[in-house]
Design a protein around this ligand. Structure first.
Ligand code: C5P
Length: 291
C-alpha cells in the first residue's frame, strides 16, 4: 500500500546475539545451512534518513576498525537495492552513527542495512510489508532478514527463513567484546563438521520459563572450535571466563564476541566486575538486555 512520503525518519539498528548456532551442512556458493536462535539486545547504531535530491552517507563514531563511508557500506547497497526494486531513484541523505563494533558477531552492518530498508520504506512512502522487503534483505547478506523483525527469531537455511518466537527466554547478557575482529568467511571456511557441540536439547528456545543458568547450559555454537583456531586469543579468553561463577560462556555468530546470560541486571553487573578483574582492560564488557 502506497503511503505519503515523509521528510525525515529516524531508525535504531540493534545488535543481535546468536544464543545457539547449529551448522547443519553445506550449501551452494560456499554457504552453510544453519539453524540459529537469535535475540536482539539494547545496544544500537542510529540512523537518520532525510529526503534529498541525491544520495549521500556520512558515518560517525569510532568503531576501531576501518569502515567504508560511501559506496562500500552495506547501507549504501541497501538504498540502491530498494530503489531498484521500487523502480525509483536512490535518493536520501543518510547519517549513520556507529556504536556497534565491527567483526564482533553482533550483526552491526546487517542491522544497519535492515534499518535502512525499513526507514526508506517510510521515507519514500512505499508502505511495503516485511515479506516484500525480505528478499532484498537476503540478497544484501545472510543476517539482514532477521533484523526486519523486532522479536527473537530462529533463522534457518542460509539465514533467509525467519521464524518469529512469541515466547522464549528473556533477560540480561554480559557481552565480552575483544579488541580484535574475526572475518565470518574465514571462520566458516575452517568449518569441518567434525566437532558438534549441540546439547541434548537442540531447540532450547522451546523451554519457556527456564531461568538463565538453565537456558545457558543448553546453548551451543558449532563455529566455536573454528573461531578459536583462527584466533587463539579468543580461545584463551573463553578458557578464562567460561564457568566463572558457574556460568557457561558462549560465542555469538562467527565471533569475536562472547556472552553469558543472567536473570537480572545486578547479577550481570557482579559477573562483569569479576570478569574485568580476570581479563583486564583490553576487552570491552557490556551489560545488555534482550528486546
Ligand atoms: O551472506 P554474507 O555475505 O553475510 O556471508 C558472509 C560469509 O559468511 C559467506 O561468504 C560465507 O563464507 C559465510 N556464511 C556461510 N553460511 C551462511 C552465512 C554466511 O558460510 N549461512
Amino acid at each position: 500500500m502506497l503511503r505519503e512520503p515523509c521528510q525525515f525518519v529516524e531508525g535504531r539498528a540493534p545488535a543481535k546475539v546468536n544464543l545457539t548456532l547449529a551448522v547443519l551442512g553445506e550449501l551452494a556458493g560456499g554457504y552453510h545451512e544453519l539453524e540459529s536462535w537469535v535475540v536482539m539486545v539494547d545496544w544500537y547504531d542510529r540512523l537518520e534518513l532525510r529526503a534529498s535530491a541525491n544520495l549521500s552517507l556520512t558515518v560517525e563514531g569510532d568503531t576501531g576498525h576501518a569502515l567504508p563511508r560511501t559506496e562500500g557500506n552495506l547501507v549504501w547497497h541497501a538504498v540502491e537495492a530498494l530503489a531498484k526494486a521500487a523502480g525509483r531513484p536512490p535518493t536520501a541523505s543518510i547519517k549513520l552513527e556507529k556504536s556497534l563494533p565491527i567483526g564482533a558477531g553482533l550483526g552491526g552492518g546487517s542491522s544497519d542495512a535492515a534499518a535502512t530498508l525499513l526507514g526508506l520504506n517510510e521515507l519514500w512512502g512505499l508502505g511495503w510489508p516485511n515479506e516484500r522487503l525480505a528478499p532484498i534483505a537476503s540478497a544484501l547478506g545472510s543476517d539482514v532478514p532477521l533484523f526486519l523483525e523486532d522479536s527473537p527469531v530462529v533463522i534457518r537455511g542460509r539465514g533467509e527463513r525467519v521464524e518469529r518466537l512469541r515466547n522464549c527466554w528473556k533477560g540480561f547478557l554480559v557481552l565480552v567484546v575483544p579488541s580484535f575482529a574475526l572475518a565470518t568467511r574465514e571462520v566458516f571456511g575452517r568449518y569441518s563438521g567434525g566437532e558438534i557441540r549441540r546439547g541434548e536439547n537442540p531447540a532450547p528456545w522451546q523451554n519457556v520459563g527456564h531461568d538463565s543458568l538453565n537456558t545457558s547450559q543448553q546453548l551451543f555454537n558449532d563455529l566455536e572450535p573454528d573461531a578459536f583456531s583462527v584466533e587463539p586469543r579468543l580461545a584463551r579468553l573463553h578458557g578464562l571466563l567460561d564457568g566463572l561463577d558457574g556460568r557457561p560462556v558462549r560465542m555469538t555468530g562467527s565471533g569475536s564476541s562472547l556472552f553469558a546470560l543472567f536473570d537480572d541486571a545486578r547479577s550481570a553487573e557482579l559477573w562483569r566486575e569479576e570478569a574485568v578483574r580476570l581479563a583486564g582492560q583490553t576487552v570491552e564488557f557490556r551489560v545488555v538486555q534482550t528486546l
